[in-house]
Design a protein around this ligand. Structure first.
Ligand code: HEM
Length: 510
């Protein structure tokens, strides 16, 4: 054993040194100085990596940066143009995903197609997903769902305003479970929401870079669960249990609803009605369905949370949006058809995506062959990170980027299409661009319109009646979520409160 360990260790060192030497011979993009064997491991930032990566861009005067860690080549894209040049225009090379031992092999989440390498299973999954969710049949039903659950959401804001971030999650959970599984969840304490939220909660750690040593030293995966220090194996076991529960409990519920003949059409019910009975196809269907919640819940909830935060921090923006809504709605609640008449609100939601990037570093891509870009060598199997934070804060596109200013997207009262649309960045790039982009955007627009037409969102006051500035703190993970902050949610009038109550659709809740 000792001899084997020695041989493997020596081989590892030789390979790392060879890669270090070979890369030194090639013209890689600029970046921080690398040490032999470990590369930039020690200089890799632990917090707000996106800001350090953007600083490197300025320091080396380049929108494309190269770093490495223990032999893994890392390419950071700090501008929209570079991201489009590589991830869009050369998508045949840049559409795979890196492999993480904890995620793909141990956690039980390896089936999610958002993280699958480029290949047949990913292609088939994405095709099935897109065929259903991009159809006009889905759009029509989904708009009704949005209305139903958004109205319930504003009713919850009226009844229990302090839980606004939790209600936002319930809104996202309700639309997602309904469109995927035909499940109509309860507004409070729904057991299925508990199962799926629990699964998401335990999976969050997987999305924190460097959280698990086994990703750096994959051989650790063979360490048994009982071994001292093998906490990651115990965590992996819990994650596996949760991921299976999410996949199966939801699917079973659809089957039961279908047996009872009491359901609205969804992704799973439509597929089952086509008489899928081959266990392999059923398994793939379950995998794709579970993906919807995992991709859509935290991201959409984060955007809604940022919407509330921005409205509390920028009351004059809120007032402008309300004036626009009042003119268009004339005392009724908004519907999807109103959205085209609301350019200011549209600009406001674009600014929400830009101001606090939801996935500051996007989702990593991986290159599948060597490439040459502007004279730089991009090695095969590089982890390619689109630094969305840097792009959405790029002063060349968005002057004074830290200010929340919807006006930057408007000209003469209309949307100015010459300004870079944050949606072209926030939802990713190329063949791996977000598959639920229009679904998320439709829910967020309707929710923002409904909240602002019904409520004033105000700063809370302390015991001395001074306004409390929200700190605007966010979680640190692949998906950045606002932490709870003080916010007063007050109906704009007695009429608005009555309208919310009479439109909440609670008769459809069991
Ligand atoms: C505001 C909300 C959302 C944001 C900001 C967002 C953002 C993203 C980003 C950045 C990616 C990776 C793109 C890339 O690799 O370049 C992605 C992938 C994905 N998103 Fe979203 N997303 C949101 C909501 C949703 C929703 C609601 C769904 C489902 C209905 C969804 C489904 C997916 C799927 C399936 C992928 C994987 C695509 C693939 O790898 O082929 N997303 N999303």
């Amino acid at each position: 054993m000792a001899l084997l360990a020695f041989i493997l260790g020596t081989l590892g060192v030789v390979v790392l040194y060879w890669r270090y030497w070979r890369n030194g011979q090639r013209h890689l993009p600029p970046g921080p100085k690398k040490l032999p064997f470990i590369g930039n491991l020690l200089s890799m930032p632990r917090r707000a990596e996106w800001e350090t990566f953007a600083d490197w861009g300025k320091e080396y005067n380049s929108d494309i940066i190269h770093a490495s860690a223990l032999g893994t080549s890392v390419v950071i894209l700090n501008s929209y143009q570079v991201a489009v040049d590589l991830l869009d225009k050369k998508s045949a090379i840049y559409s795979s995903r890196p492999h993480f031992t904890m995620f793909h092999e141990l956690s039980g989440w390896g089936y999610l197609f958002s993280m699958l390498p480029y290949g047949d299973v990913w292609r088939e999954s994405r095709r099935i997903f897109t065929k259903h969710f991009n159809s006009s049949h889905h759009d029509a039903i989904n708009q009704q769902r949005d209305i139903l659950y958004v109205r319930r959401f504003i009713w919850q804001l009226l009844e229990k305003p302090h839980g606004f971030l939790r209600h936002a999650r319930t809104l996202v959970g309700s639309t997602t479970l309904s469109m995927t599984y035909s499940i109509n969840v309860r507004p409070y304490d729904d057991p299925l929401i508990e199962i799926v939220e629990n699964a998401v909660e335990t999976a969050v750690e997987l999305l924190i870079a460097g959280a698990f040593l086994v990703d750096v030293f994959p051989l650790l995966k063979y360490v048994p669960k009982w071994f001292p220090g093998a906490k990651f194996q115990r965590k992996a076991a819990i994650m596996r249990e949760n991921s299976e529960r999410l996949r199966n409990a939801t699917f079973l519920t659809t089957e039961k609803l279908m047996e009872a003949g009491n359901y609205s059409p969804s992704f799973v019910s439509d597929a089952l009605r086509e008489n899928i009975d081959n266990p392999k196809d059923i398994d793939l269907l379950k995998d794709i369905a579970a993906q919807v919640y995992m991709a859509g819940a935290d991201t959409t909830a984060s955007a809604l949370g940022t919407f509330f935060l921005s409205m509390v921090c920028y009351p004059e923006v809120q007032k402008k949006a309300q004036r626009e809504l009042d003119k268009v709605l004339n005392g009724r609640l908004p519907e999807h058809g109103d959205i085209v008449s609301l350019p200011y609100l549209h600009a406001l939601v674009k600014e929400v995506y830009r101001w606090k990037p939801i996935t500051p570093l996007g989702l990593p891509h991986q290159s599948i062959s060597d490439d040459l870009y502007k004279g730089y060598h991009i090695p095969r199997n590089s982890m390619v990170i689109p630094n969305q934070w840097a792009m959405l804060n790029d002063e060349r596109d968005y002057p004074e980027p830290r200010h929340f200013r919807p006006e930057r997207f408007l000209k003469d009262g209309r949307l100015d299409h010459s300004v870079r649309d944050p949606m072209d960045i926030a939802f990713g790039f190329g063949r791996r661009v977000c598959a639920g982009k229009h679904i998320a955007h439709s829910t967020i627009m309707l929710a923002a319109a409904s909240v602002l037409s019904s409520f004033d969102l105000l700063r809370e006051r302390d015991e001395n009646h001074r306004e409390i500035d929200p700190k605007g703190k966010y979680t640190h993970a692949l998906i950045s979520q606002p932490l709870d902050f003080p916010c007063v949610i007050k109906p704009r009038s007695a009429y608005a409160a009555e309208l919310i109550r009479s439109s909440s659709g609670l008769d459809i809740v069991d």
